[in-house]
Design a protein around this ligand. Sequence first.
Ligand code: AR6
Length: 174
Amino acid sequence: MSNSNVKLEAVKGDITKQENISAIVNAANAELQIGSGVAGAIHTAAGKGLAEECRALAPIKTGEAVITGAYELPNQHIIHVLGPIYGFNKPEVKLLSNCYENALTLAENHNIESIAFPAISTGAFGYPFEDATEIVLSTVQDFIKKAHSIKKIRFVLFSNKDYEYYENKLRGIK
Ligand code: AR6
């Protein structure tokens, strides 16, 4: 990005395997407990201590973000956000944008330098991937103009197709 020192990057992979990243973001459920997809992978890899810490923070509202330790994961923090269920929680654009904005604000408040996001709401919650990506990138581009601690934002995509889509979009804004 020309107007910021924050590096934006896309990688194909698993959100639980992000070395050298301070905070990873969980596409959580309101109860902050193990689920399928990202939440299932994170709780399984982090171990039982995570569910215990989460119990005191739940329930969370759509668009809200909370932070915990990362337990057995190779990171320092997990930031849990609850994305909108597409077609149900409205206005969905604002609620999805809030997830990224609130996660990044929480990261700044904890002096976090690097953060990795999965594609929130685009799995079980059914948000169309391309529409979601537009919202993600415009929210993040706005946010990094005012970022202080954050130096790197990584997008972790599970499929080749999703990764290539991000990679092309990021190339367009660099
Ligand atoms: N690493 C990175 N991305 C992943 C991984 C992984 N290990 N696993 C799936 N994805 P989802 P949501 C991708 O369903 O739509 C859960 O049950 C996946 O391909 O994890 O926000 C929770 O408990 C998709 O593109 O999150 C909630 O109830 C994206 O991550 C609900 O699902 C998000 O898929 C949250 O649904």
